[in-house]
Write a protein of this length. Structure first.
Length: 460
């Protein structure tokens, strides 16, 4: 997969004045080195759907050295038929080119890796910015306990197409490049069309059992529901038309685009919403799917799921990334995502009462609770043989930053001291609010629902 670099001779000569991190006094060597790095990252990007990494390789086909106007030189590279046959180009053009005066790169710049370049060249291969799936939330969708916006940070952010740096390319990127490395370029983001034909959500309780008859409402980023449109229905699940005006920058919709209920097993099938069908020579086909008419930037590739049972709403996020990876892993006909709620099971013990938390110094907190009232001492479904204490950080979706257990104690214990400095080393980008919860443990390890409390402590 070849690239063409377009650069003014004056810039190249300025670079020749100093030794670079590559070890030579050469603009050409420095930037060819970045393609070598890119190939090494390709080879190391191994995943279940790409066990041998990315088989694509990039190379520098040629450099166009410009004597005068860089932009005019770029225009001349487009053929008479309007097609640019150099499929993958990087152009150096800034204020130095406008003024006609070029300076050598600073010592700091020439002695470090320009990590933004492999990222930007990824776009030339059709890869998208996964940070388009980051979302700080909005005022229409707030946490019930403290009013925080329900935010989302991309599922796997430490990857090249989300953050610049010495990062691997993601599994979706690997699948796309392995499928398109030998095909003509010219598409961008058509892997967003790679969505399984049938997609399901399985809503489970704290013990992993399906939650029957739970209400599921799904809201979508980048759309506005068309209130004058006619709703559709797909196997009992309703979907609502959206305004198609080319504006994909809208926040998450105030009204749901999908509404339905889970069956007795806690499963709901996501409807395949109508789309304007598109096929690309890369082999991707936008057909009816749960996301509808997706855009190549990815704004519409994020949906907020609100699950309600027992008058207790829970929030989750669906990324188009999850669906694309499933498609590349071979799940092209059927794909199920499991969303775990803090709800009780039918045979759960009674929950604890009066859960509360207080600060102990700067780095610790004490979580306390009262035992459940046991109406029938010998009724094994009521009896608690222990308690489990949980913690959750942030106001992101429950599947983004889930509850994690911090203590399991016996039936006579009523409090646990928590070291606030100990928690998973995740990325808490939008919120660092702490929540705690306690469940009762019954026989066979069956838990009650989680009884939550929010605290004023934030991680430091």
């Amino acid at each position: 997969m070849g690239f063409v670099f377009v650069v003014h001779k004056g810039r190249v000569e300025a670079w020749h004045q100093n030794r670079t991190a590559f070890g030579t006094f050469s603009f050409e060597d420095f930037y060819r080195w970045h393609l070598q790095i890119m190939n090494e990252l390709f080879a190391a990007s191994k995943f279940p759907s790409a066990p041998d990494g990315i088989k694509a390789k990039v190379r520098l086909d040629r450099i166009v050295y410009v004597d005068d106007d860089v932009q005019e030189a770029v225009r001349k590279l487009t053929g008479p038929d309007g097609i640019r046959y150099d499929q993958g180009m990087w152009v150096w053009f800034d204020d130095q080119d406008r003024k006609g005066r070029w300076e050598p790169p600073t010592k700091e710049w020439r002695n470090r890796t320009e990590w933004s370049l492999p990222h930007e060249l990824g776009h030339q291969l059709g890869l998208t910015d996964w940070y388009a799936l980051d979302y700080e939330g909005d005022e229409d969708h707030l946490m019930p306990d403290n009013g925080d916006r329900i935010a989302h940070f991309m599922t796997h952010p430490i990857t090249m197409m989300h953050w610049h740096g010495p990062h691997l390319f993601s599994e979706a990127d690997a699948g796309y490049l392995n499928m398109t490395w030998d095909k003509p370029r010219g598409y961008y983001g058509d892997h967003y069309f790679a969505i399984p034909r049938e997609c399901f959500l399985r809503i489970v309780d704290v013990n992993g059992s399906g939650v029957p008859k739970a209400k599921v409402e799904i809201f979508q980023r980048g759309v506005q529901v068309d209130e004058n449109g006619k709703p559709g229905e797909d196997l009992g699940v309703r979907y609502f038309p959206v305004i198609e005006d080319g504006n994909f920058d809208r926040p998450v919709s105030k009204r749901p685009v999908i509404v339905g209920f889970t069956d007795e097993e806690g499963i709901i099938r996501l409807p395949n919403r109508p789309v304007k069908e598109v096929r690309t020579v890369n082999g991707f086909h936008r057909r009816p799917n749960p996301f509808g008419n997706t855009d190549v930037v990815g704004g519409r590739g994020l949906m907020l799921v609100k699950v309600t049972k027992y008058d207790r709403p829970c929030y989750f996020w669906l990324e188009i990334y999850q669906f694309v990876v499933a498609w590349f892993r071979g799940k092209r006909d059927r794909f199920t995502i499991t969303l775990k709620t803090p709800y009780r099971s039918q045979d759960s013990p009674l929950p604890p009462r009066n859960v509360r938390v207080i600060a102990i110094g700067e780095n610790h907190a004490k979580v306390m609770w009262d035992p459940p009232p046991i109406r029938h001492e010998r009724q094994y479904l009521e009896r608690a043989i222990g308690f489990r204490v949980y913690r959750r950080i942030s106001s992101d979706g429950l599947n983004d930053r889930p509850w994690f257990p911090i203590a399991t104690v016996g039936p006579e214990v009523r409090e646990v001291t928590v070291d606030l400095r100990q928690f998973p080393g995740d990325i808490y980008w939008y919120s660092k609010v702490n929540r705690f919860a306690v469940s009762s443990i019954g026989e066979l390890g069956v838990e009650s629902e989680l009884v939550e409390v929010i605290s004023p402590f934030k991680i430091r």
